[in-house]
Every structure is written in C-alpha cells, then in structure tokens.
Design a protein around this ligand. Structure first.
Ligand code: CTP
Length: 489
C-alpha cells in the first residue's frame, strides 16, 4: 500500500525531498497528516522529521518555492515552519530521543534516529512515517504497527503507556479525543494506564485540557468521548459537576432517570442538529442543577424545581473554572439553560399570545437555537411519545412564527429606555429604574397597553407615581412637545 498525495502535495514533498538529499539528511512525513491521509479525512498542516538539523533543511527547502516563504526558526525547540502561498503549513523537526529525569518534568533532548523520534510520540497511529528519501520515496516506516492500528481502529501507545502518559499527561485527553473523533477503540492496556495515571492531568494547564474537551464536544458523537472520560475517571477531576448527574436514586420504588446519560443523549441529539459549540455546551449544562434541586415529594415523586434558574447561575462559575470565554458565549449558554423549560410550557392548551410574545422577547435572536435544544431534550425510548412531543414543538414553532410576523418581538425593544425614565424622574441608575422599565415591557407584552411611545410614557408616569416618584417638569414638557420621541427609538 502506498499513500496517495494530491498533485500540489506531491510537488511540495518532492522539493523538500530534494533539499534533504542535498544536505544528506534523511527526511520523513509524520504525524497527523499521514494518519488523516490514510483515513481519507481532510488534512491540514504537514509535519516532517529529519535526522539532523531541521532549521537548515527548512531554510534550504523554502528557497525552492516561488514566492519564497518566510521561514520561522525556533532554535530553542529545534523546529522550523513556513507556509506556502496557498496556505499549506509545513513544520520541520529534527529527530530526537528524550530521556526524562526522574525528578524533573523537563526532558533532556538529544538527537536521535527516526525510530527514536517515533517512539516518543503519543500513539502508534500518529507515529507512522512516510519516507521522502530517494531510495524508498513513499514507503511507510512503521516500526510500531501504526498501519494495522489504523485499520483496526485502535488507539495504542508506541511505548509502555505509563511512560507515554507520564511524559505528557495531556495525551490521556488526546487518546479519548482521537477515540471520539475517529470512532476508534482505546487498546485495553492504554485504557488502564489512563485510569492509573489520571491524577497526572492536574499538572496540565486548564486551557489545554479545555481545548481537548471542546474538540470532543465538536465531534460527530460527543457522548463517546464523555463516556470514556467518565470510565477512566478523568471527568471526575476535570469536570466534577457533571459526575453529580450520574446515577438514579429510588424511593418507594420510584426512580428518576440517570441525568448523566440523559445529558449525553441530549448532547448527541444537538450535535445532529448543529455544529455550534456553545449550543452543545448548553446541552451539557441544561440539567446541571438537577442534583442540587432534587427532592422526593410524598405521593408525587421526584422533582427538580427551579433547576433551570439554579443551573443558569452555575454557568458563569463553570465557565470560569474551565477557562471558557466569559463574554457573549457564556451569556448565550446561561440564557438557553434558563429558558430550556419554557417552550414545553407553551405546548399546553389555551396558551395566550402574551405568553408566546414573552418567550420570543426573552429568547430574542436565539429562539431557533432554544427550540433545537428543547427538541433534543426529548430522549424517551418510546417512538410514539417522541413523535407526539416533536409535533407539539412544531405547533409551538408555528404559533411563535405567527406572533412574530405580527409583532416582530425577537428584535423588539420597549419604546421607553432607562435613560428616559432617569431623565423624567431625575433618577440615577438604580433599582426603581429597572422596576419601571420591566413594568412597561410586561404591560406591552401582555397587551395591557399598546406598543407605542405615548402609551408607554403615560404608563411610566403612572408606575412612577405608584413608586412614590415625581416626574420633573422638563420630563413632562418634553413628552408634551413629543421631543423625547427621537431619543426613544
Ligand atoms: N504529539 C505527541 N504528543 C502530544 C502532541 C502531539 O506525541 N501531546 C505528536 C503526534 O505524533 C502528533 C504530532 O505530534 O501527530 C502533531 O501534533 P498535533 O498537531 O497536536 O496533532 P495532530 O496529530 O496533527 O492532530 P490534530 O491536528 O487533530 O490535533
């Protein structure tokens, strides 16, 4: 079997091969590029390992390309990189063997053979090399049976796994990430070594751990990764709140569902509907407060009252702990967690337009994502039930569409701003401003007053009076002359 390069790859690799020959340095393609090429996955950057000075090789090879790419040299690491004009990234490293000192995590790096370099890599499927040397150009160099493992779908370390994971504990996350992305199995010895070495993950920065976690979440079937994280007990260390979801308690013969597996099912369902990482995070966190709000009520059974509100409050803390972004993305996830029970309440009979308007206003631009989350939250095994719930949600969507077409609520803002309230009553930013603002919004959404400036202004004056506030002269005069109308838009 030979690897099939595209024309553009072949052209680039021949140039690199030529430069390596001129310098007398054996050179090989290695790592993710080879793996993905064989699996027929899209490839990104290509990594080369040479027996000798990678900086010298990259510098000479770059000269063969037009226009000449700028070469970045990292002397301390013995690596070099350049990017071709079409965006193809090429990385060069000198083959090395590493010997870790017993009491230090810093490896002593020494030049080595290509096999030395292969054995210090993470997995056999990533250690597979392809020769770029004249005499055996295109042949596999595969001392650790990477090809077989690729064919069998196995994640296995080239060395004793305890050594590979102890050298770089992030590889435990990578093993699970690859198993999840590629739908591969982790070789039993490798799996047990992850379990044994799990505590070493604590020396890895949160950013790198979260980066791998996000790759798992973005896979086609993220539950595979989470189940492995759970079974290896890595999840217990990196995301303990999620472990709390696992298990079902029984009282008086009544049990509740296992919310860990339910959450994973919801996550897979969302993954089928959307590639949005943050919608997937909303799926992971939608029931996160169920353990904290769980009660058994006599004669009624298990309840989780308020889990959406408590869950919403947990979102910033979890984002902070996992070093996820705390801006718009966090607010979006929090909002979806808080709203995830609302659409179901609209599937009941006799729902008023005002309840529909209220949901459209609260969900705003994220209404469609919220509906995707709710539809994914149906995890019954009973197909009849699933279809009935989905049909109900379809009715909610239709009803929302009708109301939205008439009222344009999703992008609507009440006609009276906080600024106008402050000016009218001579207030600084304070609680009464929010109370009056919300009262106006509610009155319009409930259809109590018309959605226009005059009606809202009059209602504001009335509410202000109820709060014991006096409108100042200038505020009322501006209303009379209609002056404030422009600032309300
Ligand atoms: N590698 C390793 N240990 C790590 C990270 C990387 O041994 N902790 C080696 C592997 O041989 C890997 C190569 O370095 O194939 C390149 O690493 P990277 O670009 O991070 O991964 P890829 O395998 O290319 O895969 P992906 O791009 O999907 O992360």
């Amino acid at each position: 079997m030979k690897i099939q390069f595209t024309e553009r790859e072949e052209k680039a690799f021949r140039k690199i091969s030529e430069a390596a020959m001129q310098l007398g340095l054996p050179c090989y393609l290695i790592g993710g590029f080879v793996r993905d090429k064989i699996l027929g996955r899209p490839t990104k950057d290509a990594d080369f390992v040479c027996v000798g000075d990678a900086l010298e090789l990259a510098t000479l090879a770059a000269k063969a390309f037009k226009p000449h790419p700028k070469v970045s040299l990292y002397k301390n690491f013995g690596t070099a990189h350049f990017r071709l004009s079409d965006g193809f990234d090429l990385e060069f490293v000198g083959a090395r063997k590493e010997s870790y000192q017993r009491h230090s995590r810093k490896p002593d790096v020494e030049p080595g053979t290509v096999e030395d370099d292969q054995k210090r890599r993470d997995f056999t499927i990533n250690a597979l090399a392809v020769s770029l040397n004249k005499e055996d150009y295109g042949n596999f160099v595969d001392p650790f049976n990477g090809l077989d493992d690729l064919k069998q779908g196995l994640i296995r370390t080239p060395l004793d796994p305890d050594q590979t994971f102890s050298d770089d504990p992030l590889r435990m996350m990578r093993a699970i990430r690859f198993a999840c992305q590629l739908k591969f199995r982790i070789y039993p010895e490798t799996f047990h070594a992850i379990k044994r070495n799990k505590d070493r993950i604590k020396i890895i920065s949160q950013e790198r751990i979260t980066d791998e976690l996000n790759k798992i979440i973005l896979s086609e079937m993220p539950s595979i990764g989470f189940k492995l994280l759970y079974d290896t007990e890595l999840l217990h260390i990196i995301f303990p709140q999620m472990i709390e979801l696992a298990g079902a308690e029984f009282i008086e013969g009544k049990g509740h569902k296992d919310n860990f597996y339910h959450t994973l099912q919801v996550l897979d369902n969302v993954a089928e509907r959307s590639d949005n990482l943050w919608l997937r995070w909303a799926a992971i966190l939608h029931d996160i407060a169920k353990p904290a709000t769980k009660r058994f009520e006599e004669g009624h059974g298990w309840t989780f009252h308020g889990h959406e509100v408590v869950g919403g409050r947990m979102v910033p803390k979890i984002f902070n702990q996992l070093k996820l972004p705390l801006g718009e993305q966090m607010k979006y996830v929090r909002k979806l967690v808080e709203l995830h029970l609302r659409p179901i309440s609209l599937t009941k009979e006799n729902i008023t337009d005002s309840a529909v308007r209220r949901l459209l206003f609260d969900a705003g631009e994220d209404f469609d994502d919220l509906m995707k989350l709710c539809e994914s939250d149906i995890t019954s095994k009973n197909r009849y039930k699933v279809n009935r719930y989905l049909q109900n949600f379809e009715l909610v969507r239709e009803r929302c569409k009708e109301v939205e077409e008439n009222d344009k609520i999703r992008t609507w803002q009440p006609p009276i701003t906080g600024e106008i309230i402050m000016q009218t009553f001579g207030l600084r930013p304070s609680k009464p401003v929010g109370i009056i603002k919300d009262a106006i919004k509610d009155a319009i959404l409930d259809g109590q007053i018309p959605n226009n400036y005059e009606a809202a202004f009059a209602y504001m004056l009335q509410k202000g009076e109820e709060c014991g506030l006096r409108a100042n002269e200038s505020g009322v005069r501006r209303q009379e002359t209609g002056e404030a109308e422009t600032s309300a838009e």
